[in-house]
Design a protein. Sequence first.
Length: 375
Amino acid sequence: MNDLRAVAPLDPGALRLAPKVLLHDHLDGGLRPATVLDLAHEVGYGDLPADDAESLARWFRESADSGSLVRYLETFTHTVAVMQTAAALARVARECAEDLADDGVVYAEVRFAPEQHLTAGLSLDEVVEAVLDGFAEGVAAAADAGRTIVMRCLVTAMRHAARSREIAELAVRFRHRGVVGFDIAGAEAGYPPSRHLDAFEYMRANNAPFTIHAGEAFGLPSIHEAISFCGTDRLGHGVRVIDDISLPAGSDLAAHTFAGAELGDVANYVRDKRIPLELCPSSNVQTGAVASIADHPFNVLARLRFRVTVNTDNRLMSDTSMSKEFITLHDQFGYGWADFERFTVNAMKSAFVHFDERLALIDDVIKPGYAVLIG
Ligand SMILES: O=c1[nH]cnc2c1ncn2[C@H]1C[C@H](O)[C@@H](CO)O1
Ligand SMILES: [Zn+2]
């Protein structure tokens, strides 16, 4: 019989069609540049560093390219400033759902810190409600455009502040309305995850999952605390787990196998327990967590069979998307569709929605989607 099946070329068009799962994306790091301008105009915010969309997009990308997490985080002052009303939050959330769906993301957990959106008088609950309303509108608009996406939310507490227990309670209060977990973010050095133990204990006592930004700007001790003392379900970044892996001298980071690699106790625990790594390649280069994409341990971790997932972190600051992160990894490490299917299934298995929902997306959406591309 004639076999007409063929592997689809790995180009931007096909990548946009590939089903993708996004676990680590910040709502306040993913605004459209034009929306930042519109909202600033509406609320009378006069401190934006540029006044046209193209220059503003460039400013975010270049300023975030600082090699320092602390300087990278300073750019959020402008996005958070224009996200203080229910209407603004809902608009940003709606556009986020539409943009992700347009890029072929079929399931997303988008996070933000409700405590940063209270300056115009909203309550924590009102902030979350506005975002969830916006997601629902975006999902409906995407469906009208022929795209199906499931949008869920993670609420983040800022690690330098002292509201984590309250935010964990907020996560549990909204657990049946679209909030599927809790996170801590912000500057890592000086703010270890164990400062927020009571929040993590509250989540665990309620059988509710959480992730922790750890092992990005700070190394292994932060990962160790997050898994051993806090009991995190996933690691936000976790990229510095590589510090606990020794490779034979002269190893090529783009190799297919890493025979002879030796794992320390922390790295072994992360791999043994299948703790998902929410890796964000472009963001990691910008914040200086790694020197370049070529130096990124993504491939080492993937080949050593850690549960790696691909993420955007902040689409505005990194001028990125899931498709762009996939292309970057393809160009650097030569990955093909089967690899991207594995990373996507990894991510879906690691999602915070219930098991039956994860399975349905894997069996009904992800596998059939890649079967078409692989041919
Ligand atoms: O990569 C990150 N590391 C630590 N904190 C981050 C990162 N990206 C964004 N944030 C912070 C800045 C945002 O205002 C906050 C909530 O989304 O989370
Ligand atoms: Zn992040």
